[in-house]
Write a protein that binds this ligand. Structure first.
Ligand SMILES: Cc1ncc(COP(=O)(O)O)c(C=O)c1O
Length: 418
């Protein structure tokens, strides 16, 4: 509700953050209770019960290689999680006698955060551009984006050329210095919920194993149930070495992120120097992790993980009425992470010129009808390509899905009359 009392339907979970809905009082109560006991204890000397508990619960939700001997490093958000992972993979290689490995390879058209290390691995052209002189180049491979395939190919005849790009890149660019590969299993903001085709994630994991490169799944947006499983990699049965969480881990109630380290990574550091050379004052904050536990309690008590798949299908079904619009190019995604791409020419998939600012205009028009969406530009080449992201709370009802579709239909009528 805004200051004038106007109510909005949050179809974007703000930025794919809010999973349990706004204004759930239990979360604040849990935070107050923790704060009344102890709000802060420095992790150089103390563990706290809520952080230990949340770590164990996240590891239990993760793939099998995290469950016995995995650990969690809590941060204050996604960018800090990416920074932590970059240092963690570096230390892993130092501890295992491969000190020459430091480069974290990533993909073009991806986003891993806004701090300098996170920008180094990000491939989002617009967000990197002003800071280019500050950012080292560790190597970016092709995105996995079937609707605008960077190779101009079609699945399955493409034989996963975008995954093979990692193999070629690693072979041709100082294999001995490659430390890790980081990727968003479903590319969120940058590509508007681009889901990889069958076999992609498994092939990427295979290439990483072959070259002794750690696999880091950035699940800051896709994790904690957003795609219908606790972590998106679980759709493809892949076990990364590290998983990043943020956003949904506390549903926006507090700033919280985390790095899930698998047993392999933990053992290397424990069996080596014994300590990860890293730290933030506010890591594993007792009040934030208490909020994380309360959010997870709520998700479990209301069986909200289980709601994502059917609710996502309802939303997708409601959006199908947009498909016939001449400027709706593609509706894609998985679970409650959906994207709608707007194109100038449906037959050629040609985007609108950037200056027309279509995604933002759609956002404004939908907001005028009381529905919040997340607009982005650049999915085609970093500059052109307009889409909105839909990532509502898992509580979204069938009626609310219909309202979202109605608001978008009306927004399209006003912004792009056909
Ligand atoms: C996939 C991904 N990684 C990392 C981040 C950075 O997280 P934060 O904004 O919490 O620092 C984001 C934020 O949008 C994201 O979508």
């Amino acid at each position: 509700m805004d200051e004038s009392g106007r109510r909005f339907l949050d179809a974007a979970g703000q930025a794919a953050v809010v999973s349990i809905g706004h204004g759930v009082p239990e979360i604040g109560h849990a935070m107050a209770e923790q704060s009344a006991q102890i709000a802060f204890a420095h992790t150089s000397q103390f563990h706290s019960e809520p952080a230990e508990k949340l770590a164990a619960r996240l590891l239990a939700l993760a793939p099998a290689n995290f469950r016995n001997g995995g650990r969690v490093y809590f941060t204050c958000g996604g960018s800090e999680a990416t920074e932590t992972a970059i240092k963690m993979v570096r230390q892993y290689h130092v501890e295992t006698g491969q000190a020459e490995r430091y480069r974290v390879i990533s993909r073009r058209q991806s986003y891993h955060g806004s701090t300098l290390g996170a920008m180094t691995v990000s491939g989002n052209v617009a967000r990197r551009a002003p800071y280019a002189p500050l950012i080292p180049e560790w190597g970016h491979i092709a995105p996995c984006f079937c609707w605008h395939c960077p190779f101009g190919k079609t699945f399955p005849e493409c034989e996963l050329a975008c995954a093979e790009d990692l193999e070629t890149f690693v072979r041709e660019h100082q294999t001995e210095t490659a430390a890790a590969f980081i990727f968003e299993p479903v590319v969120g903001a940058t590509l508007g919920a681009a889901v990889p085709p069958e076999g992609y994630v498994a092939r990427i994991a295979e290439i990483c194993r072959k070259h002794d490169i750690l696999l880091v799944a950035d699940e800051v947006m896709t994790g904690m149930g957003r795609t219908g499983k606790p972590f998106a990699v679980q759709h493809w049965g892949v076990e990364p070495d590290i998983i990043l969480v943020g956003k949904g881990v506390a549903s926006g109630y507090v700033p919280l992120g985390g790095v899930l380290a698998s047993a392999r990574v933990v053992e290397a550091i424990e069996g080596g120097s014994g300590a990860f050379m890293h730290g933030f004052t506010y890591q594993a904050h007792p009040v934030c992790t208490a909020a994380g536990n309360a959010v997870l309690d709520y998700l479990e008590a209301h069986q909200l993980f289980e709601r994502v798949d059917p609710a996502g299908k309802n939303l997708r079904e409601a959006l199908s009425r947009l498909e016939s619009h001449p400027h709706v190019g593609d509706i894609r995604g998985i679970g409650l992470l959906l994207g709608v791409e707007f194109v100038k020419d449906k037959a050629t998939r040609e985007p609108f010129p950037k200056s027309e600012n279509i995604a933002e205009k759609i956002r404004q028009a939908a907001m005028a009808d009381g529905v919040l969406t997340y607009p982005m530009q650049g999915c085609v080449d970093g500059h052109r390509g307009d889409h909105i992201l839909l990532a509502p709370p898992f509580t979204i009802s069938e009626q609310e899905c219909a309202l979202v579709a109605e608001a978008l239909t009306s927004a399209l009528r006003r912004v792009l009359p056909s």
